[in-house]
Each structure stands twice: as C-alpha cells, then as structure tokens.
Design a protein around this ligand. Structure first.
Ligand SMILES: [Mg+2]
Length: 365
C-alpha cells in the first residue's frame, strides 16, 4: 500500500517565553486530528512538541503536497494560535505569516516534511524534530548517515545500500536545487552542504532505484518574512533498515552535538543537544538547541509508537559535551563566532541598531 507521512510544524505560542508548549494546545491539536481520523481522512496521527514547536505527525493516502492536508494543518495551527492568544502565551501565531490559506502551506510559515512510499512488510521510520535552529542543522548528520562509512558501516557491508544515495540539495537563498550522487560527487557536494546557512539537504534517494530515503523541511522563515521572526526549527523523516541505514546508523551522528545556528534570538551558534521528549524544553539562554527523535513502525499506515529514541543513557556523553560546549561558547558573550557574523544577522534586529549609529562613522581619508 502506498502511504504518505506528513510532518508539519509551527510555533503557535510559547510557555514561558520560547521555552516549551502548553498542554492545552497539544490537546486541541490532538482532538482536531482525531476527528479527521474518525472521518477516514487520516489513517493515523501523533502530536508532539519540541521546545515551543507544535509537531503534527500524520499518515494518509493523499500523497505529498496535498492541499487538503495542508489546509487542515493551517486551520489547526490557526485555531491553536487563537487558543494561545486566549491563554496569553508568548509569540502567539508567530510562524503563521499569511492571513489566509493559499493552496500550499509551504512559504506560509510552518515547516513541512513529507514522503510517499510503498509500505514494506516492516517499515521502521525515525522522525527528528529540532528547536532553536535552522534547516542546515540536518546537513552534517544526513551526510554522516547516507555518505560517511566512518559513521554508517552499512555503506560498506550491506549490498542493498552499497551503491550509495542521491542528495537533493536546495540553495536556500536563491530557491534552486542540485542533485549529488554519493559517493562519487562527495567532494563537490561538500563545497555546498558544508555551508549550512546557504544550502540545505531537502531529500535523499536510494541511488539504484530512486526510492525515497529521507526528507527534511527546508523552509526559512526569515527569508519569507524579510525580518527576524523566530528560527526555522526543522523536522526530518528517515526510513530505516532493510535497504536503508539501520536505526543505530541513523541515530549515531547525534552522539556528536555539532554546532548549529539559532539559539538565543536566532543569532548564535551553539551545540545541538539530543534529548528525551521530556527534556525538550529550551531554558538555558533559550536553548541550547534541542533535537528529539520519535521512532515508529508503520503498519498499514498506522503509527506503532512513538519510541522516545534519545531517552537513552548512551546519549548522556553527547548531552554532557553539549553542556560543556555551551559553557565555553557563552563565555564569548556578544563576540563572534558565538554571535553570528553580520551577513547571517541580516534578517535580525541588528541592522536597526546599526542604522542608529551609522552617521557617527567619519571618513579617515
Ligand atoms: Mg521554536
């Protein structure tokens, strides 16, 4: 059976500040999706949160980019934003950039990752959700999972993935894409995907049959709004096992809390910390950036799970390293590279402050 997994997310309002999500918002989103499941429009769904982001995980048979699914999610996010205003939550509706739905939710604020595939007899999938960071945060782990045999021994050992994968890479600032075949295009690809503010991996396909392996949300709120209105807090979906990397090969890159952009005011570099669902609240300096991972078996479109994949003491060292790195970076205060470079601050409030003092610069010729 061909099924579609859609993960749509939005920051509809935070408790307290940008820390986490109010339980009533999740309850409302859950009952709205439950109705759609009863109607047969959805096969199954789950509602989670990572920090202040509401995450809607859905299975159905309507395919990707289906207007009805996007419309439904837009309505749920809008209703949840209204509820957030009523409760008095912070930044209510901040990710909803349009006044009314216009056909496809992409470009309207919320983040979207969707894939359609013929379900295998056993279909393990992993859904990653991050807060206080941007879509480029997935580039390094996706490279390690799908192109680096030092992380993924399956690339060497498993004849089903030995041919490698194709990376579909988006130029985030110019809205173009390019495809790289791994491993042969590896050096060329790293020129671009190493530049995480400019290029984001939006999908990965198994090279020998073009079967979808992973998708990531690549929306950029700042680009859409032309000013800073929160970070893009991305999501991604990875298929696992039997023709794809194993569960452990997919989670392994997160033992290294790599540096990502986001954190306080979307203006800082910090380590991304893998945490359990329970610890997905960003308090210290509004962070550090977090990632959670929900594992499911999909059967006839039904979601069996989630398993809270980072609720595992084996990730304690990564969390400790992330805290140590956070301490080290924080001691830089407002100095680069903890604070982003001016180019990456273009859509923040910094240019307004710079404008104020610009006439005080005198030519020294
Ligand atoms: Mg957020």
């Amino acid at each position: 059976m061909k099924i579609t997994i859609s993960v749509l997310k939005a920051d509809v309002g935070g408790l307290v500040g940008h820390s986490t999500m109010h339980p009533d918002i999740m309850k409302d989103a859950g009952s709205a999706l439950e109705k759609k499941k009863d109607d047969g429009f959805l096969i199954d769904y789950r509602v989670l949160h990572c920090g202040d982001d509401l995450e809607l995980i859905m299975t159905h048979t309507h395919g990707t980019d289906f207007e009805g699914i996007h419309q439904m999610c837009w309505d749920i996010f809008s209703d949840c934003a209204d509820k957030a205003r009523e409760i008095g939550l912070y930044g209510a509706g901040q990710d909803l950039l349009a006044d009314a739905f216009a056909g496809n939710i992409k470009g309207m604020g919320p983040g979207v990752a969707e894939m359609e595939f013929e379900e295998r007899p056993s279909e393990p999938i992993l859904i990653f959700m991050a807060d206080k960071t941007s879509p480029g945060a997935w580039n390094l782990p996706l490279f390690k999972i799908f192109a680096d045999p030092m992380c993924n021994p399956g690339l060497i050992l498993d004849p089903k993935i030995h041919d490698g994968f194709t990376f579909d890479v988006l130029d985030l600032k110019n809205n173009k894409n390019i495809k790289f075949n791994m491993p042969e295009d590896m050096y060329d690809s790293l020129v671009f995907i190493g530049s995480t503010e400019d290029y984001g991996i939006r999908a990965i396909y198994r090279k020998k049959d073009n079967e979808i392996a992973a998708v990531a949300s690549t929306q950029r709120l700042a680009m859409m709004a032309g000013r800073y209105i929160g970070k893009d807090d991305p999501v991604m979906i990875c298929r696992s096992q039997n023709g794809f990397p194993s569960v452990g090969e997919i989670t392994e890159p997160f033992t290294h809390p790599h540096l990502v952009t986001g954190w306080m005011r979307g203006s800082h570099i910090g380590p991304i910390m893998p945490v359990s669902f329970e610890d997905a609240q960003c308090v210290r300096f509004d962070g550090p950036p977090r990632v959670i991972c929900a594992g499911f078996q999909v059967k006839d479109g039904n979601l069996v799970g989630p398993v809270d994949m980072f609720d595992d003491p084996a990730f304690d060292n990564a969390r400790q390293t992330a805290n140590d790195v956070a301490d080290y970076l924080r001691r830089h205060g407002p100095f680069e590279p903890h604070r982003l470079s001016l180019g990456d601050m273009e859509y923040t409030t910094l240019p307004i402050v710079m404008e104020k003092v610009k006439d005080r610069f005198k030519s020294i010729d």
